[in-house]
Design a protein around this ligand. Structure first.
Ligand code: SF4
Ligand code: SF4
Length: 428
């Protein structure tokens, strides 16, 4: 393999094993129809095959990371739909994350033209107390129904449209333990998340209550922080690892735990990979491996242990949007559908292109707003076609993006995280 590489100094350096992963792509093109950015532009360089080829040329030193190359790499949503479609098992997400991390070190990451957004993503979003402070004007504006006043404030203007009504701050403080309602099946830790713990703090409560009703003693470490996924997504891998390490050490103090449950698909997908992330760090490799092996998405665990019965009937025509990092990242598709359909009284309708990205993509909507909106519009057209009056999903970023979509398209649809939906079906 090594002799196939060019002798010029490459812009990115991949070890031989990783370079071989790039070579797994046989350019068949099966992934192209599943790629939301290729669907928008029709440009090969906005497709998985084109981006993988760019990565290879960069690694071989045959092209420079010039503005045109970077633009096409930046436009990737990291939705990983191409991985699901690929018959050769190309690990697109893994490769893209590695390449982005190297480009970031050279000042060529996706945030290079967006200094304010970079600050927000690196120094505000992963820290709930700072995020709470940033959202204070939004909280006040929401309380006085005057959010349009913030439409001209940089960054906040996007947040105004994307953040659903913020729950009262008292919901952020969860009890450290939720006791089991009936027969105790297991003891689990609950990840409350960073953005999740501010924007969807009530959802964290709902998740804990549903788990407790289903037989889990739920432990919520109060000192936990961000898992790092939002940073890793855009190439800040070292920053992400610092946060991941803290999270692993925090949860180690609450062992024994049978599972570590998360309600955000992007976080779950990243945390399941902690073993690999720290494989070369002897100080934490074992703990990281053990942590990763226990990570379960909320839907995944509930489907395994079973919902509490009986459930209260709800009403409505309900559809479900697959978060990319649940469907493509963790192959969790049937479980949420099975859970939703166990709630009596509702009519479930399948969403066309349910696992097509909504355009949220971690921090993508902040960095690529036009592309993000265009991907969202396709999703909203599909949602509209179902005539559903309730849309259920299972990820914080999808919740925010779909909330924005519902407002953008002026739809009369209720949006619910699956934990809130199932909580509503628990008998009082
Ligand atoms: S991750 Fe998504 S946007 Fe990126 S290349 Fe793959 S399918 Fe396209
Ligand atoms: S990534 Fe997979 S599906 Fe896409 S062109 Fe390469 S081998 Fe084919």
């Amino acid at each position: 393999m090594a002799e196939t590489r060019n002798k010029l100094r490459p812009a990115i350096s991949l070890d031989d094993e990783t370079f071989e992963l790039l070579m797994d792509c046989v350019h068949c093109g099966f992934c192209l129809p599943t790629c939301p950015t290729f669907a928008l532009t029709g440009d090969e360089t906005d497709s998985p095959r084109g981006r993988l080829y760019y990565m290879r040329l960069l690694a071989e030193g045959r092209i420079d990371p010039n503005e045109s190359v970077l633009t096409h790499l930046d436009r990737c949503l990291e939705c990983r739909a191409c991985e699901t479609a690929c018959p050769s098992g190309v690990r697109y997400g893994f490769l893209s994350e590695l390449v982005r991390a190297q480009l970031v070190k050279q000042g060529k990451g996706p945030t290079r033209h967006f200094k304010l957004q970079e600050f927000l993503i690196r120094h505000i979003l992963p820290y709930p107390d700072r995020l709470e402070l940033l959202f204070l004007p939004l909280r006040i504006a929401q309380a006085f129904k005057a959010t349009e006043l913030l439409n001209n404030v940089p960054v906040l203007s996007r947040a105004v449209n994307m953040v659903p009504p913020l729950p009262s701050r008292r919901w952020r403080k969860l009890p450290q333990t939720f006791t089991v309602k009936n027969e105790r099946k297991m003891r689990v830790g609950l990840i409350t998340g960073c953005i999740n713990s501010v924007v969807l703090s009530r959802t964290n409560w709902a998740a804990a209550e549903v788990l407790a009703a289903a037989g889990c003693e739920v432990v919520v470490p109060p000192e936990q922080g961000c898992c790092g996924s939002v940073l890793a997504h855009i190439g800040y891998l070292e920053d992400a690892k610092k946060l991941a390490r803290q999270l692993i050490l925090t949860f180690a103090r609450y062992e024994p735990l049978d599972a570590i449950v998360v309600t955000a698909a992007g976080c779950g997908s990243f945390m399941k990979d902690y073993g690999h992330l720290f494989a070369n760090d002897p100080h934490i490799a074992d703990l990281a491996e053990k942590f990763a092996a226990k990570v379960k998405d909320f839907c995944e665990l509930l489907d395994e242990i079973g919902l509490p019965t009986p459930l209260k009937p709800l009403s409505g025509r309900v559809t479900y949007h697959d978060p990319c990092h649940l469907a493509h990242g963790q192959n969790i598709r049937e479980q949420p559908r099975r859970l939703i359909q166990q709630v009596p009284g509702i009519e479930f309708v399948e969403l066309p292109e349910a696992d097509w990205c909504c355009g949220g993509g971690g921090a993508y909507s902040l960095l690529q707003p036009e592309m993000s909106d265009a991907v969202l519009d396709r999703k909203m057209a599909n949602i509209k076609a179902t005539k559903a009056n309730i849309v259920v999903t299972a990820n914080i970023v999808c919740m925010m993006q779909l909330w924005y979509g519902i407002r953008r398209h002026r739809l009369d649809i209720k949006l619910m995280h699956i934990a809130d939906f199932l909580r509503a079906a628990l008998p009082e």
